[in-house]
Ligand binder design. Structure first.
Ligand code: ADP
Ligand code: MG
Length: 372
């Protein structure tokens, strides 16, 4: 096992900056997820750890050595990709054993490792089959098996579930998490799917693409436990990225004494956690954030302190266990939640919804950082 550390890593392709000043560490045995929109540099980060991509600046540490100039095959890493890249003409056994044969391990050792992995992955009865005679989930397990038998210090996963259907994705999500806990191997898992990130990661790092028009010190937006990111997003990017449906974020103004925040035609007390910050910004414009699950109908909620907002219904999305209400308040579309078996309003209806005051987040409109 090994820890991984990025020390001020930068990466340019030609003139284009892709990774800027990236600093993070993954602890020995930890499951770390990198999440961010397509093109933000997730695969590049993984490829730099694996040694498949050069580094423009900074140092990558694996365990107690700098690996910038260590050849990929000497980094003791196994990588699983979205395309499983199985050899179609080889049996499952040979696919899993291939990397070990190349490394010229003794036959008996290879047989034992493949058998152990096949048992762990439920592939014992499929070892003689060719990949084309397997389901998508079984193929993905073969790709996992190939990584496991190597017994590496680090697993790298690059969107390994993207090719699977929704149901299988949920199942494999749980299987990979369980497997990682069991093997206790340091893991970096990349996905664009925030639900995958929330459900699998012990910690999550959120990346955004480098943007010339919005220069930031780094493209690492926040790194923390899933609930840290959900409850205390450091900035508007993370607030919008984590959680579904997305957090509502609307312009607001702090009162002259900083004790209330005025928005959406009403005024709410500033919650305890923002009191000090709101004092410092009193009388100024801020951005107010509130998650859809914190906007509900008066008779369906039980919140200590609420603020009413009135608007016109745009759309109701019925999901079965709940309904997502989109409504317009003074030109601003807000998203809230209703019980699906309750009375559901129709488009054009006027609705009064309640916001949970203590669930409100405040951000600086210029820096987009959480007020603190
Ligand atoms: N070899 C390359 N040459 C030039 N640009 C590249 C190369 N590889 C990736 N990029 C660019 O780097 C950015 C990040 O790519 P990538 O790491 O694949 O993103 P992600 O995995 O988050 O979708 C993208 O804008 C992509 O076009
Ligand atoms: Mg990618």
């Amino acid at each position: 096992m090994a820890s991984i550390r990025f020390d001020k890593i930068g990466k340019q392709f030609g003139e284009t900056e892709i990774i800027k000043n990236l600093e993070f560490s993954v602890n020995d045995g930890e499951f770390m997820v990198f999440v961010g929109p397509s093109g933000c540099g997730k695969s590049t980060v993984l490829r730099m750890i694996a040694g498949l991509e050069t580094i423009s600046s900074g140092e990558i540490w694996i365990g107690d050595r700098v690996v910038n100039n260590v050849h990929p095959k000497d980094r003791d890493i196994a990588m699983v990709f979205q395309s499983y890249a199985l050899y179609p003409h080889m049996s499952v056994y040979d696919n899993i054993a291939f990397g070990l044969k190349i490394r010229k391990l003794p036959d008996a050792d290879i047989r034992k490792r493949v058998k152990d992995a096949a048992e762990l992955l439920g592939l014992v009865n499929f070892l003689d089959r060719k990949p084309k005679a397997l389901s998508g989930g079984q193929r993905q397990r073969v790709a996992l098996g190939r990584a496991i038998v190597r017994n590496p210090s680090v697993f790298l996963f690059d969107e390994p579930l993207s090719n699977l259907d929704a149901e299988l994705r949920v199942q494999m999500r749980a299987e990979i998490s369980k497997l990682q806990r069991r093997l206790n191997t340091t893991t970096v898992y990349v996905t664009h799917d925030q639900v995958e990130a929330m459900t699998m990661g012990q910690r999550i790092a959120v990346l955004s693409a480098c943007d010339k028009n919005k220069p930031r010190a780094t493209n690492l937006m926040q790194c923390g436990s899933p609930m840290d990111l959900y409850d205390r997003p450091d900035n508007i990017f993370v607030a919008r990225f984590i959680g579904t449906p997305n957090m509502n974020i609307v312009p607001a103004r702090l009162s002259d004494d900083g004790s209330t925040v005025n928005s959406l035609g009403g005024s709410m007390p500033v919650s305890a956690q923002f009191k000090q910050a709101a004092q410092a910004m009193r009388g100024r414009e801020v951005m107010l954030g509130i998650r859809p699950e914190h906007i509900g109908a008066a008779h369906e909620i039980d919140w200590p302190q609420t603020q009413a907002i009135q608007g016109q219904v745009e759309m109701v999305e019925l999901l079965g266990h709940e309904a997502i209400l989109h409504f317009k308040v003074g030109g601003q579309i807000m998203v809230g939640r209703l019980h699906s078996h309750g009375h559901l309003p129709a488009p054009g209806d006027t609705v009064t919804m309640q916001m949970k005051c203590e669930a409100i987040h405040l951000f600086d409109p210029v820096t987009e950082l959480r007020l603190r």
